[in-house]
Structures are given as structure tokens and as C-alpha cells.
Design a protein around this ligand. Structure first.
Ligand SMILES: [Zn+2]
Length: 110
């Protein structure tokens, strides 16, 4: 079920409608109708599929943990699914700061 469209990819190639297996953040979203470039293979998701992917991507990656103590510091473990999806590895530099009263931001690799 493929149909070539008038729309073009940013590489200049033609887009075609295609049903494709969508995967983001290591989460499988199943088969979705997408526009795929016939030249470079870039995938463009329709708006509603993209927002579903974003929503499920965020909630799907939420993990509960607990702060533990190590000497005078506190330790928060990063679950392996989150580490994997953000490509976080041991020894990477991080910047850590509070953003809201109960929120902590960790910037990785900066
Ligand atoms: Zn392309």
C-alpha cells in the first residue's frame, strides 16, 4: 500500500505514503501511517501519531527510584532504560540544577 506524493523531503527526494513500524526512545509504537522519503528513507509522521509518540515516550520512560546516601553526598540512580534512550554512559560530564521546588534537571554531556 504505497502512494508517491507531491511533497518533497528536505533532501529533495519524493515522499511516499507508507505504513511503517514506528519506534522512539526504544518504545515500540506499532505500525503507523507515515510519509517516507524514497531517496534517503527519512520518516515523517502525521501530527496525531507524532503527539502520541511524544506523550507515550515521556510516560513510558518514567521510573520510580529512591535517593540513597554515599558519604556526604546523595545518589540517584538512572534506570537503564532512560540511560539507554538518552545514550548516557558512565564517566559522562553532567550539569545538575534545581528548576522548580520539586524538580531537578540533569544535563548530560554538556
Ligand atoms: Zn529524503
Amino acid at each position: 500500500m504505497e502512494r508517491v506524493l507531491d511533497a518533497r523531503c528536505r533532501c529533495g527526494g519524493r515522499l511516499k505514503k507508507s505504513t511503517t513500524e514506528v519506534e522512539f526512545f526504544g518504545i515500540d509504537f506499532g505500525m503507523k501511517e507515515a510519509e517516507v522519503c524514497t531517496r534517503c528513507g527519512s520518516e515523517y509522521l502525521p501530527q496525531e501519531a507524532e503527539s502520541e509518540v511524544k506523550k507515550r515516550g515521556l510516560f513510558g520512560l518514567e521510573r520510580r527510584g529512591r535517593v540513597s546516601k554515599s558519604g556526604n553526598s546523595l545518589v540517584i540512580r538512572i534506570p537503564k532504560e532512560i540511560a539507554k534512550s538518552l545514550k548516557i554512559e558512565g564517566d559522562m560530564p553532567v550539569v545538575i540544577y534545581p528548576s522548580e521546588p520539586k524538580k531537578l534537571v540533569v544535563e548530560v554531556g554538556s
